[in-house]
Design a protein around this ligand. Structure first.
Ligand code: B12
Ligand code: SF4
Length: 463
């Protein structure tokens, strides 16, 4: 069987991501690649990140794979559709089966099938992909494979029963990083940021219920690898590559304090030294946990507050206390760990008062890093269901993503776009003042005033 795994992400085509330049390897398909290999199916990974669509076309035409298996997320969807177009337009690829997986496919399965995909995989892909490969190889029907959707001979969409979550993460082989040129990623980091970073997963799923968050792959679950196996993976990576930082892609790294304690003990027992960055929640931190993070090499922890307004945090069903968030940012910094935080603006019901609270929250806690995005609804989330009736846009599915959706908010979207720049500059002005950089502070303040004026204009126009 000739299997080609790819992911439709072309860094060169994304001016925003090119500026950020913090690429990470596509862990999902590397997990699948390793699992197929372990079960006797060699495969090729076309890692598109540093490649072009033309190079992918050439590889496909040369390889003529029996299966092209593509990771699909919200951002790569349009490119994935282009890959489907490619397969469908080439006589040489007439026998290639298109299999899609990843977070974007579950809630758009019918669209992807109608567009030309052969099989849609819901949730975790390792076992499902193996069964699909065997079925294609032996020309068996797909009906007995759980966790998929496909179109039958009559053109009807068939959805098979859900696949149970993989309880034994420890039995999975580690991502097949040897299939890609990881050095390209490390060099991109080093050249642009002065240090390199590598991604690693120690858990799957999240037990929380934030309304805007997509749980299309792992559901509302929590499964964790044995600490010793995670440390094994780190040690192996250290032998194979030279990198400065590890980015744990885990949804909430500190969700289990027991696991963290064991992990730290394992790291110390073996004397492994590394630096890492992870995501947490304020309610899963306390002084003891922060000390554990520090002891094991954590240099930055992201504490997703999402808003400085408790009203909005509650509307998101985020289940954290904004005061506790501020306290944890302070405590993390006091222990010599950098604090990062994620913020969203434009949530349903968010007024200027809420935005001011968010700004004050950031000014008070002064995290080392923060990112602000404008809320958009991802299909399949409770937020999507909540605002669907208020959609202001109706773009064709083939040429848009959920990120393009606008919905009726307290003020127009443009208002929130200016609010993002306003908040960023107000907070940065405060930071510069604190550090004695008065010129920079003044520059930020002037930019903030300009965007506050634009916010007022948008508000008046909408009234
Ligand atoms: C780390 C991360 C990032 C990082 C790094 C991304 C990277 N390249 O690694 C950063 C911070 C850059 C990022 C950015 C964004 N992200 Co992000 N990210 C994640 C996160 C937390 C982990 C991803 C990961 O490595 N998972 C571990 C691997 C093993 O899981 P997996 O990829 O899902 O793979 C499994 C299955 O999906 C399936 N599978 C995957 N591919 C395939 C292919 C086939 C053929 C098959 C059969 C199966 C299959 O099998 C795999 C193994 O079981 C996920 C949430 C999560 N917990 O997964 C969000 C997530 C993927 N991100 C999301 C979003 C929305 C974004 C942004 C758009 C946010 C924004 N800025 O607006 C950007 C887009 C960036 C981009 N250009 O693509 C959403 C995607 C929703 C969607 N419908 O697509 C997620 C699910 C978060 C969420 N819960 O809402 N992200
Ligand atoms: S936002 Fe984070 S804590 Fe909330 S459900 Fe998603 S992964 Fe879990």
């Amino acid at each position: 069987m000739n299997i080609l795994l790819t992911h439709g992400y072309f860094l060169d085509e994304d001016p925003k991501e090119k500026l950020i330049m913090k690429p990470y390897v596509p862990l999902g398909i590397l997990y699948i690649s390793a699992f197929l290999e372990k079960n006797g199916y060699d495969n090729t990974v076309f890692d598109s990140t540093f490649q072009s669509f033309d190079a992918l076309t050439a590889t496909m035409l040369q390889n003529k794979p029996d299966i092209v298996a593509i990771y699909t997320n919200l951002m790569t969807k349009i490119n994935v559709l282009k890959i489907i177009d490619l397969v469908k337009s080439q006589q040489a690829l007439a026998n290639t089966k298109i299999v899609l997986g990843g977070p974007e496919v579950k809630n758009h399965a019918a669209n992807f099938l109608m567009y030309g995909a052969d099989i849609i995989v819901f949730g975790e892909g390792e076992m499902t992909m193996l069964e699909i490969t065997k079925a294609i190889e032996t020309k068996q029907p797909f009906n007995d494979i759980s966790g998929i959707a496909f179109t039958d001979a009559q053109g009807m969409m068939i959805t098979t029963p859900e696949r149970a979550l993989n309880k034994e993460l420890d039995e999975l082989p580690v991502p097949n990083r040897k299939k890609i040129n990881l050095q390209l990623y490390l060099d991109a980091w080093k050249d642009n940021h002065g240090y390199s970073s590598i991604n690693l997963s120690s858990m799957r799923g999240c037990p929380y219920t934030c309304k805007w968050c997509s749980r299309a792959v792992y559901g509302q679950s929590y499964r964790r690898r044995k600490p010793s196996l995670v440390v094994d993976e780190i040690e192996t990576l250290q032998k194979q590559y030279s990198f400065d930082n590890i980015w744990f892609v885990d949804d909430v790294f500190t969700v289990s304090h027991k696991w963290l304690q064991e992990f730290v003990e394992e790291v110390e027992r073996r004397g492994v030294k590394f630096q890492y960055e992870c995501i947490s929640r304020a309610d899963r931190l306390n002084e003891e946990v922060i000390k554990l993070l520090k002891r094991s090499g954590c240099f930055r922890v992201w504490i997703g507050a999402e808003s400085g307004s408790q009203k909005i945090i509650d509307a998101m069903d985020r289940r954290v206390d904004v005061v506790q968030t501020r306290e944890m940012i302070r405590l993390v910094k006091a222990h010599g760990i950098e604090a990062g935080t994620f913020i969203m603006l434009g949530y349903p019901g968010e007024t200027e008062e809420d935005i001011v609270e968010t700004m004050n929250h950031l000014k008070t806690s002064l995290p080392d890093q923060f990112t602000i995005t404008i809320t958009y609804p991802i299909k399949g989330t409770p937020l999507y269901a909540e605002v669907e009736k208020d959609f202001l846009t109706n773009f064709p599915w083939e040429s848009s993503t959920d990120r393009d959706i606008d919905f009726k908010r307290v003020y127009p979207r443009k208002y929130y776009e200016h609010a993002v720049v306003w908040v960023v500059n107000e907070v940065n002005a405060k930071k510069h003042l604190t550090e004695g950089h008065y010129k920079n502070a003044l520059r930020c303040k002037l930019r903030a005033i300009k965007h506050k004026w634009q916010m007022n204009k948008q508000k008046t126009a909408a009234a």
